[in-house]
Design a protein around this ligand. Structure first.
Ligand SMILES: [Zn+2]
Length: 134
């Protein structure tokens, strides 16, 4: 790809966040919970070339940790200090688990959409700093 290459980053991100192919926006991106379709069922675009790797997990932990847990602790402080631990800990872990597992495919779709828009694919793996150290 040359310098003329340009894909809409907001559109690709939006399509990915919705779990749709970032190229056409019509077909689904995942065939199972976090398994990306190797090839788009509608447009035939090679989706397997965009390696999300640990990015979705990192962003999910970052978002859940800052946007969910901290407000929960601040807003729920009066309740948290009075509630019995036998109820509080299982309920909190279940709620955090549900939020995390709900957000993970959404964020993975967004990461794949952004990788598509920026045309970062497996061929760029040699640019990885961790691999360059070898
Ligand atoms: Zn497609």
């Amino acid at each position: 790809m040359g310098p003329w290459f340009s894909r809409s980053k907001p559109l690709s991100l939006w399509r990915g966040l919705r779990g749709k192919c970032p190229h056409c926006g019509k077909a689904r991106l995942f065939y199972r919970y976090l398994k990306v379709e190797p090839v788009c069922q509608t447009c035939g675009h090679d989706l397997d070339r965009y390696p999300a790797d640990d990015g979705p997990a990192y962003f999910t932990v970052l978002i859940v940790g800052h946007a969910v847990i901290v407000p929960f602790l601040i807003l729920g402080a009066p309740l948290i200090w009075k509630a019995p631990l036998a109820i509080l800990i299982p309920c909190s872990l279940a709620a955090i688990g549900v939020v995390t597992l709900t957000m993970l495919p959404i964020i993975k779709g967004g990461v794949v959409g952004l990788l598509y828009a920026l045309d970062i694919n497996r061929a760029d793996a040699h640019l990885h700093t961790a691999d360059a150290a070898e």
